[in-house]
Design a protein around this ligand. Structure first.
Ligand code: PLP
Length: 398
């Protein structure tokens, strides 16, 4: 017998949180730290949304709601899915959760039996494998190719599926790469998914953050059959600068949503009623609030790639969505900084934080040790300073 659950003992602590905590400590002690680490918008939540929440408080919307969320919000989510994604979902095929992360964990707790395998394309968002472990499943890593912007192909997927595979994660636009799947790529993946009858858990949280005229396509929109096997996850955290509110949602077939309603009902009852009313505000928020943020991210994205192009030791995957650049730092491995040999992304990230006060996430956290992730959800002057420091660091290497 173990004092702590064996399942939980297997779960790794988040490297992202550890780096952020260390950076925060340094800032508190008065140091000028560049925060490339956090995956959250630096913008404030639009006033329109805050007002909706304040109004809800004054109107006394401060009591329990339905476990799956208030009907008005689920209706608005259904309208959004129809308008933006061409998807028909009724409100009883939608559940509101406490953030997209909570949507994912509730979904896996609802579909997995002990030992069921879930395919996790590498590089992956840090929480993906751990969410599966906590739900009693087994994450199985699916290797992808850098030449294909680390997107999995139908062939990769087909080879990886076994009789134990229950589901696959799909994330487009992706964290940490910023890759976007094309319609053709999704159609090919959908064929394989349907042939094997596995779930595709489609995390579409970065849907709004697209550049260069890229269009978001939800795999669920490719036909009625694939829609039946899709568990679509989305939310307002990134698009509406609402990370702290904790609101996300899931759309799926009714059996899945009913199961998720049971799991959620016995865990948290439902997301905060006030936040749900903020969510109603978010879905009615004039579009310019959102597009202005995306335009600003795009300016920063272009700055990052232009600046990185000048640093010959670093290469990167051209980001088409989200707000990250995934930078290949492997050319620096084997070189020495003040007597310390850089052996991997963790060494690089530690040296950058300690000696140059730049907080970034080592690729090992995403299963890709040759890389580091920087987030450009921070002010342009900060980005400029941070990239200057990354260049200065290389000049100091032996
Ligand atoms: N999915 C991906 C790929 C993310 O990067 C994040 C946040 O970093 C989330 C989900 C979680 O979003 P939320 O804050 O709504 O839980």
């Amino acid at each position: 017998k173990t004092r702590i659950s064996e399942k939980v003992l297997e779960v790794k602590p988040s490297i992202t949180l550890a780096i952020t905590a260390k950076a925060k400590e340094m800032i508190e002690s008065g140091m000028d730290v560049i925060g490339f680490g956090a995956g959250e918008p630096d913008f404030d939540t639009p006033e329109f949304i805050k007002d909706a929440a304040i109004k809800a408080i004054h109107e006394g919307r401060t009591k329990y709601t339905a476990a799956v969320g208030v009907l008005e919000l689920r209706k608005l989510i259904a309208q959004k899915l129809k308008r933006d994604n061409g998807l028909e979902y009724s409100p009883d095929q939608i559940i509101v959760n406490s953030g997209a992360k909570h949507s994912l964990s509730t979904a896996f707790q609802s579909i997995l039996n002990p030992g069921d395998e879930v395919l996790v394309p590498v590089p992956y968002w840090v929480s993906y494998p751990e969410i599966v472990r906590i739900a009693g499943g087994v994450p199985v890593f699916l290797k992808t190719k850098k030449e294909n912007d680390f997107k999995m192909t139908a062939e990769d997927l087909d080879k990886a599926i076994t009789s134990k595979t229950k589901a696959i994660y799909l994330n487009s636009p992706s964290n940490p790469v910023g890759a976007v799947y094309t319609k053709k790529e999704l159609e090919e993946l959908a064929k394989v998914i349907l042939r094997h009858e596995i779930f595709v858990v489609s995390d579409e949280i970065y849907e709004r953050l697209l550049y260069d005229g890229e269009k978001h396509i939800s795999i669920a929109s490719l036909g009625e059959e694939i829609k039946e096997w899709t568990i679509l996850v989305n939310g307002m955290s990134k698009s509406h600068a609402m990370t702290g509110w904790r609101i996300g949602y899931t759309a799926a077939s009714k059996d899945v949503i009913t199961a998720m309603g049971k799991v959620q009902g016995h865990a948290v009852s439902h997301p905060s009623s006030i936040t749900q009313y903020a969510g109603i505000g978010a879905l009615q928020c004039p579009d310019h609030f959102l597009s202005e943020m995306v335009e600003e991210y795009d300016v920063r994205r272009k700055f990052c790639v232009d600046r990185l192009n000048q640093i010959k030791e670093l290469s990167y995957i051209y980001p088409k969505g989200a707000f990250y650049v995934f930078i290949d730092v492997s050319k620096l491995f084997g070189r020495t900084f003040k007597g310390k040999v850089i052996e991997g992304s963790m060494d690089y990230a530690n040296l950058m934080l300690e000696h140059y006060q730049v907080a970034l996430v080592p690729g090992i956290a995403f299963g890709a040790d040759e890389f580091v992730r920087i987030s450009y959800a921070t002010a342009l002057e900060q980005i400029e300073k941070g990239l200057d420091r990354m260049e200065a660091f290389i000049k100091e290497l032996d």
